[in-house]
Design a protein around this ligand. Structure first.
Ligand code: AMP
Length: 405
């Protein structure tokens, strides 16, 4: 598909493709603003829908049995005088192969395919997004931005599991870390807020959304992450258990006869905040319920915050100094309660919050929420993974002398 318009505004399209969904955002090259965004859900089903949002207004289109291709085609038909100059794709797993974003050619495409064994639910879906964008715009550059790439600076002492070494050599079993695009973005923003060059800034960045992870950033580079071989390791999350005893699978199997696959599903989809509370994986619902006296909602929040505080302390082992704790993600940005309960476990380190700044999520103090006597500054920094992907993609595209359609 070729778009030739006299008054065209150049834009870049960021795509985050799931197995039955496709999320996209169209960024203006000048000004980094989102001009159009959309979410196609329930693809390849009779009730497939595409929600398009422009200028704060959303419309929902039914696209029965619509595929990823249909969804993207319908979306680009809405571009009007916007002329895409390339695509940035969110790719979950880049293994050890990708230490940074990459312009997609056949070799890169195959390498992403090869990483699918490490992320069987995510990489194949991400590849669908690349395929449909290439079908629609075969002449435009496509860039892969990896969730794992930022963490490729982890030293061996942080990324190795203490299991027989040949499993690392033969099967690449190691800790990779995820949410790298978010941790990278907020670490750059936080350095800006602190008025320090990123390469001289050390942080613990804490991404708390449906998935949760924390990262030790030493002089601008990731040196440890709470996530591991898969995004299931580490913190308590919405539906994921995070760390459990490695003997748990065997124990559950012996006690209940459940097959391995079912146990994995329980740990991924029915655990975390949902499993503990028996109520919801959504922090807003749990906070409201806890305030109304729901004991297990309260307990789930307590476990979530305690485990997070413990992990923050663990990540400090990777740092020589610490400029700030940085909260981000839907929970990290919006739940003053979670931040307060977590920091309450860090008293021994001399960390404290300013009640008012924490209550308004740092909005009236350039993101600062720590109290005047806190030994470690605390910040709330809204993440923007799509913008980071757009920046990475644009950087690679402008470095490459590609023919423009
Ligand atoms: P994300 O995956 O980053 O969109 O984050 C989703 C999580 O953020 C869910 O658990 C939401 O309940 C939580 N969240 C969003 N807004 C709030 C809020 N105002 N207070 C508490 N949690 C929130």
């Amino acid at each position: 598909m070729e778009i030739n318009l006299p008054n065209a505004v150049e834009c870049l399209i960021v795509i985050n493709c799931g197995s039955s969904s496709l999320k996209f955002a169209v960024f203006s090259l000048a000004g980094e603003t989102v001009l159009l965004k959309g979410l196609a859900e329930r693809l390849d089903r009779p009730d497939a829908v595409l929600t398009l949002t422009r200028d704060g207004r959303s419309e929902v289109l039914a696209i029965p049995w619509g595929s990823h291709h249909t969804a993207l085609q319908k979306s680009v038909a809405e571009l009007g005088d916007l002329k895409p100059c390339g695509f940035g794709h969110r790719i979950v797993h880049g293994g050890e192969r990708f230490t940074r974003s990459a312009l997609i050619d056949e070799r890169v495409f195959s390498a992403i395919e090869e990483c699918s064994s490490l992320a069987p639910l995510h990489n194949p879906a991400n590849l669908i997004g690349i395929r449909v964008a290439r079908e629609l715009f075969p002449d435009l550059p496509q860039v892969a931005v990896f969730d794992t790439a930022f963490h490729q600076t982890l030293p061996a002492k942080a990324f190795l599991y203490a299991i027989p070494f040949h499993y690392y050599e033969d099967l690449q079993i190691r800790r990779y870390g995820f949410h790298g695009t978010s941790h990278h973005y907020v670490s750059l923003e936080a350095a800006g807020i602190l008025g320090k060059p990123p390469q001289h800034t050390s942080l613990i960045t804490i991404h708390l959304g449906n998935g949760c992870s924390a990262c030790a950033v030493k002089n601008g580079a990731s040196v440890d992450s709470t996530m591991g071989l898969t995004p299931g390791e580490g913190l308590v999350m919405g539906t994921r258990s995070g760390d459990v005893d490695p003997a748990l699978h065997q124990f559950l199997h012996d006690q209940t006869g459940m097959p391995l696959g079912e146990i994995t599903t329980i740990l991924n989809s029915r655990s975390g905040l949902l499993g503990l509370s028996g109520l919801s994986n959504d922090m807003r619902t749990l906070s409201d319920a806890a305030r109304a006296g729901h004991p297990r909602a309260k307990l789930a929040i307590e476990v979530f915050c305690y485990r997070l505080a413990k992990s923050i302390c663990g990540l400090m082992a990777g740092l020589d100094s610490l400029d700030a704790l940085v909260f981000t993600g839907g929970i990290g940005e919006n739940s003053s309660e979670v931040r307060a309960l977590t920091v309450a476990h860090l008293k021994i380190l001399g960390v404290s919050l300013d009640c008012e700044d924490n209550a308004n999520h740092g909005k009236s103090n350039h993101g600062w929420i720590s109290g005047p006597n806190s030994r470690i500054p605390c910040l709330v920094v809204p993440t923007n993974e799509e913008l980071m992907i757009a920046r990475e993609a644009l950087c690679l595209i402008s470095l490459t002398d590609l023919p423009r359609p």
